[in-house]
Design a binder for this molecule. Structure first.
Ligand code: CU
Ligand code: CU
Length: 420
């Protein structure tokens, strides 16, 4: 017998739908739904207090010791600008931490990559948050936009991308604007679609004050060269050919990577296999966590200390909490649906599940191989991606969720509406 005190997902959907139609913001929906909404739509608890300060000091000391501290970021990084094709000549692996600390004090370093760079943390202007001038300016005017989850068509065998790293406020719900560090002005960055063996010619130009870089998980390439950081006004270019099919995360790899992914610098590239998969409606979902400071001047900055605590304020698909509850993904009965699910983290996995449905196929690795059949839930690790397929043979409104509900109810939920 069902417990009358336990809410049904369908009831919650109706209530949320009604509340959404009244134009309420996500935060207000929680209170509108009351305590029973805790199953799916609870109010995110406040983040836990900062952890043991001893641990933090130890971390920061280590970060400081390893850091490639940059008194004048631009000057220090000029040596690894795009014109210089040679490898970075620093040999950090051969030095111990003491030597690093010494080097940090005596000589400018070449690159902020690859180590726990605490340059951002030391920047008194930023206080370990993403609140740069460009990321906060004009926050009131930032317009909410649903992130289209539809897989875009493949562009051709040669894909040329010239992206900009850019600080900008991003409205993620009616009542919340975040101070984003972005690729191309959105969180996540653009969805890229190619095929195994295509050529990706990529250039990143950094328009932001902090150095940035680009790490494509779909590339097999020397990271020290290709994924190097570039200071404001400079660019880095590289070319790669994806060898394996799947959905792969990309992200800024500039240290501290946690801060850069956590502030919005991530996205997904879908690499279709050489032999086409069966026809399907294809969607891309990138899960990420949001660790936010209190609002200041109408914008919430991403907070590095909260990222270290790993208790997110929100967990979201494609950068906005509950966006596909407000505006579901719609398909028709008879459609095959393929979800390419990437988990950008920065820390937690996504236990992907569709309520009332089952995946007939989940590809653990490169499709069409590595498939398992008849799956209810599968976990996509932080920094990973998987392909989930289901056949929509009955009509209905099916919630897709992170079934780790402590995170699902913080915003990692949406609806797949299967229309007759
Ligand atoms: Cu970055
Ligand atoms: Cu990575």
């Amino acid at each position: 017998m069902s417990d009358p005190n336990v809410p049904l997902l369908s009831d919650l959907h109706d209530q949320l739908d009604a509340a959404t139609k009244r134009g309420r913001a996500a935060g207000e929906l929680d209170s509108a739904l009351g305590d029973q909404a805790v199953l799916v739509f609870g109010t995110p608890p406040r983040a836990a207090s900062l952890s043991d300060p001893t641990d933090r000091r130890a971390f920061l000391a280590r970060a400081g010791a390893l850091s490639l501290a940059i008194p004048g970021i631009g000057a220090a990084l000029t040596a690894c600008g795009p014109q210089q094709g040679s490898r970075d000549t620093a040999k950090p692996k051969e030095h111990d931490e003491e030597e690093h600390a010494e080097r940090a004090q005596t000589a400018p370093h070449r690159n902020s990559d690859s180590k726990l760079d605490s340059a951002v943390l030391r920047d008194r202007q930023h206080h370990g948050s993403s609140a740069t001038r460009d990321a906060t300016q004009g926050a009131q005017g930032a317009v909410y936009r649903r992130y289209d989850p539809t897989l875009p068509p493949r562009a051709g065998s040669r894909v040329q991308l010239h992206w900009h790293a850019r600080d900008t406020p991003v409205r993620i719900s009616d009542d919340t604007v975040v101070a984003g560090w972005t690729f191309e002005g959105d969180i996540p960055g653009p969805i890229v679609h190619c095929r195994v063996g295509d050529t990706i010619e990529f250039t990143l130009t950094n328009d932001a004050v902090v150095p940035h870089s680009m790490d494509f998980h779909a590339a097999q390439i020397d990271p020290k060269v290709a994924f190097r950081s570039v200071p404001q006004g400079q660019s880095v270019s590289y070319t790669f050919k994806p060898k394996w099919a799947g959905v792969f995360m990309y992200h800024c790899g500039t240290a501290p990577v946690l801060m850069h992914i956590g502030s919005g610098m991530f996205g997904a590239i879908v690499v279709s296999p050489a032999e086409p998969l069966s026809a399907a409606k294809e969607f891309v979902l990138v899960q990420s966590e949001m660790y936010l400071a209190e609002a200041a001047n109408g914008v919430r900055a991403f907070d590095y200390q909260k990222m270290l605590q790993t208790t997110p304020d929100m967990v979201v698909f494609n950068g906005r909490p509950n966006q596909y509850v407000k505006d579901p993904i719609r398909v028709k009965v008879g459609d095959r649906v393929r979800f390419w699910v990437a988990d950008a983290g920065p820390t937690h996995p996504c236990q992907f599940h569709v309520v009332g449905e089952q995946f007939d196929t989940v590809y653990l690795g490169s499709p069409p191989a590595n498939s398992i059949r008849g799956v209810q839930t599968f976990s996509v690790p932080a920094g990973g991606g998987m392909c989930f397929e289901l056949l929509c043979d009955i009509a209905g409104e099916f919630p897709f969720v992170n079934h780790g509900f402590g995170h699902g109810q913080k915003g990692a939920i949406g609806f797949l509406d299967v229309e007759p």
